[in-house]
Design a protein around this ligand. Structure first.
Ligand code: 1HE
Length: 255
């Protein structure tokens, strides 16, 4: 099984992706990154939400350092830009992604987690940006994604000191959204994914496409874009159904 870097199961509109390099604490090899990329480039028909997790008690221990040391500057730049493209595809691809996390959520593993939309941490989680201790820097999007969650000041301190945040602190800071008992992250993530999958898919799509982009805009551009998003969703058939269902006191049936 360990020669398949990403295991994919489909059930009831939920795709469960399991990073499968347990011997390496799911360190991100090129093959694993490319397998994630391939999934998000062309998700199977009928998938309404994704759960992303790791096999063997760890989410992801970051960049595979054994592959990293062979790269020169140009190759490292290209590799980092490839990470950015894959992380963007995960964040902005249109499918809601829920991370079920345990153990290491480190370096590139935290960059990956923060490209996903909902993050569940169990009590074994360790969030860290240890790049400074390896003589390197982040390259998979942390300065933007982690930096916007924590703020530049706290991210700088986190990197300089190499401190480890545990699940409860991670929730307080926004690195995770839910803190559950050891071993319960996958169940909670599936519950959340099932709930998210019941939303109108256009609403989910616009939440994913719109909110992160608007966050990077000026206030006036953001407000204008919000009105466009509202115009698209509120004139859709699913909006009519959602509002009618509310008034008729029944569950909506979305497309
Ligand atoms: C790895 C990696 C890895 C584990 N690349 N091989 N990430 C890091 O700096 C994290 C480095 N890893 C660790 O600090 C620890 O391995 C853990 C805390 C995650 C787990 O500790 P532990 O005691 O459970 O396991 P271990 O014995 O340290 O590791 C098991 C094996 O996984 C071991 O290999 P083995 O052949 O000796 O059995 C480790 O070498 C291997 N392993 N993590 C390669 N990351 C886009 S830029 C992003 C920048 C980064 O992400 S920098 C990396 C940050």
């Amino acid at each position: 099984m360990t020669d398949t870097p990403l295991l994919i199961d489909l059930s009831d509109g939920i795709a469960t992706l399991r990073m499968n390099r347990p011997d390496k604490r799911n360190a991100m090899s090129d093959a694993l990154l490319n397998a994630l990329d391939a999934f998000f480039l062309a998700p199977p028909d009928g998938v309404r939400a994704v759960v992303l997790t790791g096999v063997g008690g760890h989410y992801c221990a970051g960049l595979d350092l054994s592959q990293h040391k062979a790269r020169d500057a140009q190759a490292t730049m290209r590799h980092s830009r490839h990470w950015h493209a894959v992380m963007d595809r995960i964040q902005l691809g249109g499918l809601p992604v829920v991370s079920a996390m345990s153990g290491a959520v480190m370096g590139g593993g935290l960059e990956l987690a923060t490209a996903t939309h909902v993050r569940v941490a169990d009590a074994t989680c360790r969030f860290q940006l240890p790049e400074g201790r390896r003589g390197i820097f982040v390259g998979g999007g942390a300065t933007v994604r982690v930096g916007r969650i924590l703020g530049a000041d706290r991210m700088t301190e986190m990197m300089l000191t190499g401190r480890v945040y545990e699940a409860d602190e991670a929730v307080r800071l926004g690195l995770a959204h839910y803190n559950v008992d050891t071993g319960d992250a996958l169940t909670k993530a599936h519950d959340l994914a099932a709930q998210i999958a019941q939303n109108a898919s256009l609403s989910n799509y616009i939440m994913i496409q719109g909110i992160a982009r608007i966050n990077g805009m000026s206030a006036q551009d953001g407000l204008f874009t919000e009105s466009l998003c509202a115009a698209l969703t509120q004139t859709s058939p699913d909006a009519q159904e959602g509002l009618a269902a509310f008034l008729e006191k029944r569950a909506p049936v979305f497309r």
